[in-house]
Design a protein around this ligand. Structure first.
Ligand code: HMG
Length: 427
């Protein structure tokens, strides 16, 4: 049998938006028992983007943090794929904005991947295959970013499962974080109207019950396919990670696998094998394409040495639907990710919003999505030390971004080809 080239995630970094709403606050406003959100869904807080943050700025923040914290040579990145379902333009991909705002090499293929929450995995798998082909060439690293804002109608059943955030991953032939098993594919697709967002809407539509049953049947299907093809069984996985629209969904998924494996000790097993990966999801909510990778990052950040070398099973689901079960082995030296992921630090910097402030943010965000909304006065300047890129509205049908000056400096330090920058640029 041909040897599989070593490929996987070399480093990972998470961008946590600056604001959050406690789900108790939302429950009070929606006249719902807070136990339903806290325990019924398993969410504590949901990340909220400020009007000057969008899927582009979140992706750039995650990518810049990845590059800085790991002192990466950006000149080695030959592929940039953004997984997202929060596209800001019908034609221009978020990847094109990110390419410019991070300052990557011109010799870099850039595009977005879309299939609801599966898009992060679509991007990762495509990048891993690309890396396997590019072997030891100089420009053989791929940058994969999953960035999304999960938004439902105010007062709807989906509202407590909102969230926002971005996860950036460097993929290559030195998988210090997650060595992927590329040989065994277990994918499942079926057209279903469980969750969608028409182009004329800023919030998603969802048939909640259908979405849950579609998720669980895709899980059964891909898990059994993977088990038959790979020979990996229940006892081989030290940790099982799932797409997390809300943490209780991971519990439902775990129970389904216990049923398939005739394991009747679900609760204890869940606490050992999946629970440790969910703390960050409880804090940020659903971040769609990045949600599975937020779990992975959470497991690594808190797990430290305890998770070194562990085999993990991962389940990715995107409504619509496409799903995949796959596996990999975590790196054997936690120093490669310790202090580089950034979830705890990001959470420490957050500010809590009242319900009224949350509504105002939603309203202002919608106002900034219209042509003519750019006032020439980027509010981002005030937060310059905490963030690097700010969305400032639209002028002449072009999105405007304010770039903090030290971005260019950071880019130079990490070996990336840079262009001269003005403070405020239309990309
Ligand atoms: P709902 O129908 O209002 O909630 O919305 P419910 O009545 O089913 O209650 C939820 C749980 O809370 C239940 O527990 C209740 O018993 C419990 P369960 O039976 O599920 O174990 N509960 C309480 N617990 C403690 N104290 C109480 C209390 N009251 C009730 N007082 C729903 C739930 C998930 C449907 C809704 O939030 C929704 O529509 N969310 C969005 C859709 C979604 O997240 N679907 C998940 C699968 S699809 C997916 O993951 C893809 C997605 O990420 C999109 C993409 O791919 O891009 C969404």
């Amino acid at each position: 049998m041909q040897m599989q080239p070593k490929v996987g995630i070399e480093s990972i970094s998470v961008h946590v938006p600056r604001y959050f709403v406690d789900l108790k606050t939302l429950a009070a406003a929606n006249d719902v028992d807070p136990g339903k959100y806290y325990h019924g869904l398993g969410v504590r807080r949901m990340a909220v983007v400020a009007p000057d943050e969008d899927p582009v700025t979140m992706a750039v923040e995650a990518a810049r943090a990845l590059i800085e914290r790991n002192k990466l040579d950006g000149g080695r990145i030959g592929l940039l794929v953004v997984g997202t379902e929060s596209g800001v333009d019908g034609a221009k991909p978020i990847a094109a904005y990110v390419h410019g705002l991070v300052g990557l090499s011109g010799e870099c293929r850039t595009f977005d991947a879309k299939h609801a929450c599966y898009s992060g995995t679509a991007a990762l798998r495509m990048a891993a295959d690309w890396c396997a082909v590019h072997g030891t060439q100089h420009r053989n690293k791929a940058l994969v970013i999953a960035t999304d804002i999960a938004r439902y109608d105010e007062g709807s059943a989906g509202e407590p499962t909102q969230g926002a955030g971005a996860v950036a991953m460097l993929v290559g032939d030195e998988p210090h974080v997650l060595d992927l098993d590329l040989r065994n594919e277990a994918v499942f697709s079926r057209e279903v109207m469980d969750f969608w967002r028409p182009n004329y809407r800023s919030s998603a539509m969802v048939d909640g019950k259908t979405s849950i049953s579609s998720y669980l049947s895709a899980l059964k299907n891909t898990y059994l396919t993977h088990r038959a093809a790979s020979g990996f069984g229940w006892d081989d996985y030290e940790y099982l990670l799932f797409h997390v629209p809300f943490p209780k969904m991971a519990y439902k998924a775990f129970r389904v696998l216990c049923g398939l494996e005739r394991n009747d000790n679900a609760d204890d097993q869940f606490d050992l094998r999946s629970g440790p990966a969910l703390w960050a999801n409880r804090e940020l909510g659903n971040i769609y394409s990045g949600s599975l990778y937020l779990s992975l990052a959470g497991l690594l950040e808190k797990g430290g040495r305890k998770v070194e070398g562990a085999r993990i099973g991962l389940f990715s689901y995107g409504s619509g639907c496409c799903a995949e079960f796959f596996t990999g082995r975590l790196g054997t030296d936690s120093k490669n990710w310790a202090d580089k992921i950034g979830i705890g630090a990001g959470l420490d910097r957050r500010t809590e919003l009242t319900y009224e402030q949350y509504l105002a943010f939603r309203k202002n965000g919608n106002a900034l999505a219209c042509d003519g909304s750019y006032t020439g006065d980027p509010q981002g300047a005030a937060f310059g030390r905490l963030r690097k890129v700010f969305y400032c509205g639209i002028r002449d049908h072009r999105r405007m971004y304010f770039v903090n000056d030290n971005v260019a400096q950071v880019a130079r330090n990490s070996g990336i080809e840079t262009r001269s920058r003005r403070s405020s640029v239309a990309v």
